[in-house]
Design a protein around this ligand. Structure first.
Ligand code: UDX
Length: 478
């Protein structure tokens, strides 16, 4: 009979910033439960780990596993290290599905010869071939869903034909779905919409089919109490284990040294010193994750609204990759001088450190789920500025379910106006509801902290998952 001490899992992760951080954090949680974790990801992650993260070696050996460190294993996705994967998603996905998938399969097959893996935990975006491979290797598969339960529920109900949906070409059509606030089509994840590239929609179709066939567990980076009705509504369809928030513990006020983030770019730590000199709750933090690239009009409008607001701000504008510099947007002439002293623009930062800084007042975010989870777990109110993917749904949840933020109103395919950005800044910092929003933010943080302590809802979900792994393993070997 197997015991928890013997459990080994493999987590296969996409090399994007938004996927590698929650993967690392989940790995750490499993390790704290005594599980051995191997992370399988691409050479790009190895390259960035060495370049930007004070890591001197990513070599792993058996001693690491005894010390319960993460074991890293890398494969090539078939593209050169400086290829812009975010900008060329179709080429990236194709390469992953062909060369990458072949390399990944042979790595996983070889790893399975060296250890008795109880489960392969996979990012659904990387599903290709892993399902079939896992069947051959007789290893069960789990999904690590890096979005809220809400987008899983909406997608599953749509792609598996569970509920009836209105015409998705009309952004104003309304739909009522179990466990969710009243939604309009404009609030749906954009990867569901007919206008979205077919290869990305196919990923969702494959994922929903896999949930009905051989994926045994869906693990979501959320908290039961954050999305209770939605989680309950999925229990008879495709149950979700709520194992979030996948954040570094220090942002919940625990374990100060525990910083579990990986930078895919060089973080400018000087911004922390800059924040140290700002009064409490005074700075607007603006960042749009790792993929979004603002258009010039968007930069101009944000800049103008910041200038007019007279508030302090820290703004992340990601650098262009080598060879793409000419496409970079520019800050309006004179902007930095005119806001001198109250504004700082950096190319990348350690976001969790920034979010946990007392100088922060609010976070203007694209509503990427990691940024949202990190902000909610830090008790920082949000200004939602959603672009695409899961972000419109997350913006809706922030306002309708969490109550810890506001969201910009603007038409699909249009750019939020200067006045609208200013309105949101005023509302969240000085408006009549500002105090209530801040109180709600603190309440949400407290829920997050409690979920992770021993016996909390997420802690129990992780325990249950590990127990399930042992049962499944014993059953398969019986
Ligand atoms: C992508 C999708 O865009 C998003 O919609 C989905 O929910 C997850 O995958 P991304 O756009 O990168 O992710 O955003 P997000 O999920 O917020 O992840 C960004 C990560 O980068 C966060 O962990 C954040 O802490 C980190 N970050 C961001 C930094 O460390 N420094 C920065 O300056 C900005």
């Amino acid at each position: 009979m197997a015991t928890i001490e013997e459990v080994s899992v493999m987590i296969v992760s996409n090399a994007s910033q938004g996927h590698i951080n929650p993967t690392l954090r989940f790995a750490k949680r499993l390790i704290s439960k005594g599980v051995h974790v191997t992370i399988v990801t691409t050479q790009l992650v190895r390259d960035r780990m060495l370049k930007y993260n004070n890591v001197t070696s990513t070599n792993t050996n058996s001693q690491n596993s005894q010390n319960k460190q993460i074991q890293f294993e890398f494969f090539s996705d078939g593209l050169s290290l400086d290829f812009d994967r975010e900008k060329n998603t179709e080429i990236f996905i194709n390469s992953m599905r062909t060369t990458g998938s072949k390399n990944m399969s042979s790595l996983i097959t070889n790893l399975a010869k060296t250890r008795d893996y109880y489960c392969i935990i996979v990012d659904p975006v990387l599903l290709t071939n892993i399902q079939n491979l896992a069947i051959q290797l007789e290893i069960p598969v789990a999904f690590l869903w890096m979005q809220p339960c809400a987008t899983f529920s909406i997608s599953y109900r749509y792609f598996s034909n569970i509920n009836s949906f209105p015409n998705l070409d009309d952004p104003n059509e309304k739909v009522e779905l179990p466990g969710l606030p009243l939604l309009k089509v404009r609030d749906f994840p954009t990867y569901m919409l007919p206008s979205f590239p077919q290869h990305n929609r196919q990923i969702m179709v494959d994922m929903c089919q896999a949930c009905d066939n051989n994926v045994k567990w869906v693990l979501a980076n959320t908290i039961y109490e954050w999305e209770e009705e939605c989680v309950k509504s999925m229990s008879n369809l495709s149950p979700v284990y709520t194992i979030g928030p996948l954040v570094s513990e220090f942002i919940l006020g625990e374990n100060e040294k525990n910083n579990v983030s990986m930078n895919m770019w060089n973080a400018e730590d000087s911004c922390i010193d800059w924040l140290d000199n700002k009064p409490n709750s005074s700075v607007i933090y603006i960042a749009f994750g790792s993929i979004i690239e603002l258009k010039q009009k968007e930069v101009d409008n944000i800049a103008m609204a910041l200038k007019n607001s007279k508030k302090s701000f820290l703004w992340v504008i990601k650098p262009k990759l080598k060879g793409y510099e000419k496409d970079a947007t520019k800050l309006p002439i004179g902007f930095l001088e005119e806001t001198n002293g109250r504004g700082l623009v950096v190319t990348w930062c350690q976001q969790e450190k920034v979010l946990s800084h007392p100088a922060l007042a609010c976070f203007m975010t694209h509503c990427g789920w990691n940024s949202t989870v990190e902000s909610v777990s830090s008790g920082v109110p949000l200004i939602g500025y959603p672009f695409w993917l899961d972000q419109p749904t997350i913006a809706k949840i922030i306002v309708k379910e969490f109550g810890n933020g506001v969201t910009l109103n603007f038409e699909v395919n249009e750019v939020p106006s200067v006045e609208e950005i200013e309105r949101c800044i005023k509302e969240i910092m000085d408006g009549p509801n500002a105090k209530e929003i801040k109180n709600k933010a603190i309440e949400m943080k407290e829920i997050a902290r409690k979920a992770l302590v021993e016996g909390g809802s997420s802690d129990k979900s992780i325990d249950q998952f590990v127990k399930d792994l042992v049962h499944a393993h014993n059953f398969a070997r019986a």
